[in-house]
Design a protein around this ligand. Structure first.
Ligand SMILES: [Zn+2]
Length: 426
């Protein structure tokens, strides 16, 4: 005998289930501050194992793919040849927040659980994808899991060394038992033609939804970027009191001039209606050799430049190189940019944006759309030709830190948008 339960109670049960999943995973990946779920690590595997156990208890099928990611689906969709993927990543940055990535995976599971419990109709097949390895904190490059799935992992990234143990990504994959031959050959390790659409829910990483007091948003596009993790400007060391200005080759001033020029160009591009953000987040002279009375011989820095527009990124890249050459000449220094990691910008699929907006209007009374400043796996699928769509959920304090703060009520609005979209699409 089934108990008759009011819809309110069932919805409350669903949101309690989501809270339970978040808190259990927070506990299993807790670090000195926040959580740490390293890409392709044991903790990541434990997180996936936990999700698999929870899903099976709900009567949901679980399958591992060739990248040792997990796929979840309803039993009646086991043999579906085409499906919508709802996915995100389970790894986190070191001592990060619990919601970046994980929210998208649990949202997908909630869509399946709601259908299993008879709360929502899900007649169109969905595969929920829980991916490994999205954060660049571990191997220096991002979206590793989705790049492997879509056959777009560059050779340099396959051979990139782990920040902690120095072993390559390839070695880590092999240790997990993943067949790396197709990955090295840049062949997709899933059948992309089966994927009708890729949907991803993610916490917003900026302040817009909090500022505007809106629980969720539909994403229109994702900024691409190019980054240099290991750049240097090399000058000449000297005594701070003894070397006159004309004889100096000071890399700190050269770097400062570079940033000042880039900032001016940034302002100019914004004035002309272009989309751009740029950041040098790590800057320093060698702590073992620098001193108050010494002109340093070298400064190390990082650069991260992002835009929704590929043309603007190309323009900035050539501008950056031109300015470096100019400053190097005038100041007698040398710039070494080091290896570049780039991700092209990605527009979300227009039909999906429209469909998700309609779903959001139904759930909240009004649709709201915005661009994504951070990159996401959805961009990788979009570039592989899979129509992609995203939903943001309001979140305080940014992401990649223990203070990430997403309310479960907002999260459930996001889940509701996904469920409503899937119902309408059928
Ligand atoms: Zn993320």
């Amino acid at each position: 005998m089934k108990h008759h339960r009011s819809e309110t109670t069932s919805t409350a049960d669903l949101s309690a289930k989501a809270a339970e999943l978040f808190e259990d995973i927070r506990a299993l990946s807790r670090d000195a501050a926040g959580v740490s779920r390293p890409a392709f690590s044991e903790i990541e595997t434990e997180t996936l194992d936990y999700l698999a156990k929870q899903a099976r208890a709900e009567g949901i099928c679980v399958e591992e793919d060739a990248g040792r990611n997990l796929l979840f689906y309803l039993p009646q969709h086991a043999s579906a040849k085409r499906f919508t993927v709802i996915g995100s990543h389970v790894d986190s940055v070191p001592m990060g927040g619990n919601y970046d990535g994980l929210a998208g995976v649990i949202a997908g599971l909630m869509v399946l659980i709601a259908a299993r419990r008879g709360l929502r109709d899900l007649s169109r097949p969905v595969r929920v994808l829980a991916m490994r390895g999205e954060e660049s904190a571990w191997f220096g490059a991002c979206y590793l899991g989705s790049k492997m799935l879509t056959g777009s992992l560059p050779e340099g990234e396959f051979n990139a060394a782990h920040k902690g143990d120095g072993r390559t990504l390839g070695a880590h994959l092999q240790a997990l038992g993943i067949n790396t031959a197709p990955i090295e050959a840049q062949e997709p390790i899933c059948d992309l033609s089966q994927i009708e659409a890729y949907l991803e829910l993610h916490i917003e990483q900026g302040p817009l939804l909090v500022e505007r007091n809106i629980p969720a948003a539909v994403v229109t596009g994702i900024r691409g970027n190019f980054r240099y993790r290991d750049s240097r400007c090399i000058g000449q060391a000297g005594h701070s009191g003894a070397v006159p200005r004309a004889y100096r080759h000071d890399p700190v001033l050269a770097f400062a001039e570079l940033m000042h020029r880039l900032d001016g160009t940034w302002q100019h591009l914004l004035n002309t209606g272009k989309d751009l953000v740029l950041t040098s987040g790590v800057v320093g002279t060698d702590p073992a050799r620098h001193a108050i009375a010494r002109i340093p011989d070298e400064i190390a820095f990082t650069l991260d430049i992002r835009s929704q527009d590929a043309g603007t990124l190309d323009q900035m890249r050539s501008y950056l190189k031109g300015e470096m050459a100019d400053i190097a000449r005038s100041r007698g220094v040398r710039f070494e940019l080091g290896a570049e990691v780039a991700v092209a910008p990605a527009l979300m699929d227009a039909d999906l944006v429209q469909g998700l907006e309609a779903a959001m209007a139904e759930v909240t009374g009004e649709a709201f759309s915005m661009a994504s400043g951070g990159g996401h796996d959805a961009a990788v699928f979009a570039q592989a030709g899979v129509p992609a769509g995203m939903v943001f959920v309001r979140n305080r304090n940014g992401s990649h830190n223990p203070e990430e703060a997403m309310e479960i009520a907002d999260f459930m609005v996001g889940v509701d948008i996904l469920s409503t979209y899937m119902e309408a699409a059928s």
